[in-house]
Design a protein around this ligand. Structure first.
Ligand SMILES: C[S@@+](CC[C@H](N)C(=O)[O-])C[C@H]1O[C@@H](n2cnc3c(N)ncnc32)[C@H](O)[C@@H]1O
Length: 268
């Protein structure tokens, strides 16, 4: 699967994805991931930041609203078109580029204070090439913070494990961690947002999402080889109070679905 094919999957997902995300149906984003990501991020006001795999710009706009100057980029033509349309309607000074993360040649060396990315890097075919490009455009000492699906728990082979009475989830069985048994579930995941209203979920066409499973060592070693220092890891999960607001996210109290890396480009 090349980047053109990957982009075509995301172009197909784009109209329904944009509607669902803007409606707030991505409840893991709203209640689990974004709160942890923004808390880990801290003060970004005045920083020049790049959002890698920005999609239609939902989080890019949130970063801009915190006082940062944003550039977004994505491989999907329809996602970038929607992001630009939103920028025209409600300008925040965000500039968007249509390009794969492995080719940021329109951006100068060491021109960003920080690079951010939410829930995209596990979807990148060219992870190492993209990390090298991110390192190139970052200033020495610059921030690189990204979230991914947790590589240890969100594996290619995956199913729930229940208690002895078979009525309560207690864990998951994971397998094919190294992705050696190719295509057991396919490289294209199909799912829809569990937080959408029931009538929408019953009729919605599932998103088709190209995924490139990689072990946690590959995430780390690629960062280290590209000159990053990993400063902090966060495994976002819901509190009981969060679950009382949204039952769907109670799963994240059993296993971590997501992993946030906070890194800096080592100053030389
Ligand atoms: C799960 S979405 C996340 C979008 C956005 N970051 C957000 O949080 O709303 C993943 C995004 O990665 C983009 N993507 C996939 N492969 C890419 C690549 N090689 N380069 C840049 N973007 C890519 C897709 O087009 C899609 O918009």
């Amino acid at each position: 699967m090349d980047n053109q094919k990957i982009a075509s999957f995301w172009d197909e997902n784009a109209p329904d994805w944009i509607e669902a995300v803007r409606a707030g149906w991505d409840v893991y984003r709203e209640f689990v991931n974004n709160p942890a990501f923004f808390e880990t991020l801290g003060d970004i006001s005045g920083m020049k930041l790049l959002d890698v795999g920005c999609g239609e710009g939902y989080n890019t706009r949130k970063f801009a609203d915190l006082g940062a100057k944003l550039v977004g980029m994505d491989v999907s033509r329809l996602m970038i078109a929607a992001a630009r349309d939103h920028e025209t309607e409600e300008p925040r000074g965000i500039e968007y580029h249509l390009t794969p993360a492995s080719d940021l040649s329109m951006l100068d060396d060491e021109s960003f204070d920080g690079v951010l990315s939410t829930m995209t890097l596990m979807d990148l075919k060219d992870y190492a090439e993209s990390i090298a490009e991110i390192a190139r455009v970052l200033k020495p000492g610059g921030l690189f913070q990204f979230s991914v699906t947790h590589p240890c728990t969100m594996t290619r082979m995956w199913r729930w494990m229940y208690d002895d009475d078979d009525d309560e989830k207690i864990g998951v069985v994971v397998g094919d961690y190294f992705g050696l048994a190719k295509n057991r579930r396919g490289d294209v995941d199909e799912w829809y947002f569990g937080g959408a209203p029931r009538e929408v979920r019953q009729t919605a066409r599932p998103f088709r999402i190209p995924r490139f499973f990689r072990p946690i060592s590959e995430y780390f070693n690629t960062l280290i080889n590209a000159g990053f220092t990993v400063e902090k890891l966060v495994e976002p999960h819901a509190s009981e109070a969060d679950v009382s607001k949204c039952r769907n996210i109670s799963d994240t109290r059993i296993i971590p679905y997501f992993l946030i890396f906070r890194c800096t480009k080592t100053a030389t």
